[in-house]
Design a binder for this molecule. Structure first.
Ligand SMILES: [Zn+2]
Length: 108
């Protein structure tokens, strides 16, 4: 199963996570969600394959659906405590760049 980010061309405005086998399938699943959020057309909906989905498969996917091999959308994947966006991986609740900022300070 692959992971995809579905959005309307501007992922910062809102992106859902899709687990599917193909980009076509991901788009079919993401479209109703993105169209509802953004009030955009089907043609505006884009899906972008996530290169390293291992963390998301483990932490964001619906494990029952995953076990059945059932493609599905996750509207609210776990988000970073810093930038409040979701990423392909969070470290202790923070994304890579926020984690760096957090631990890069003088006072741990
Ligand atoms: Zn962050």
């Amino acid at each position: 199963m692959n992971a995809y980010m579905g959005h309307d061309g501007e992922p910062m405005d809102g992106a859902c996570l899709v687990f599917a086998n193909t980009a076509k399938e991901a788009k079919r699943l993401a479209s109703p969600v993105i169209q509802d959020w953004m009030l955009c057309e089907y043609i505006d909906v884009r899906v972008q394959r996530i290169e390293s989905p291992a963390w998301l498969l483990e932490n964001a996917a619906d494990q029952e659906k995953l076990a059945r091999g059932e493609p599905h959308v996750v509207e609210n994947p776990p988000t970073c405590n810093g930038c409040e966006l979701w990423h392909d991986e969070l470290i202790d609740g923070y994304c890579e760049s926020c984690e760096e900022e957090r631990t890069g300070g003088n006072d741990g």
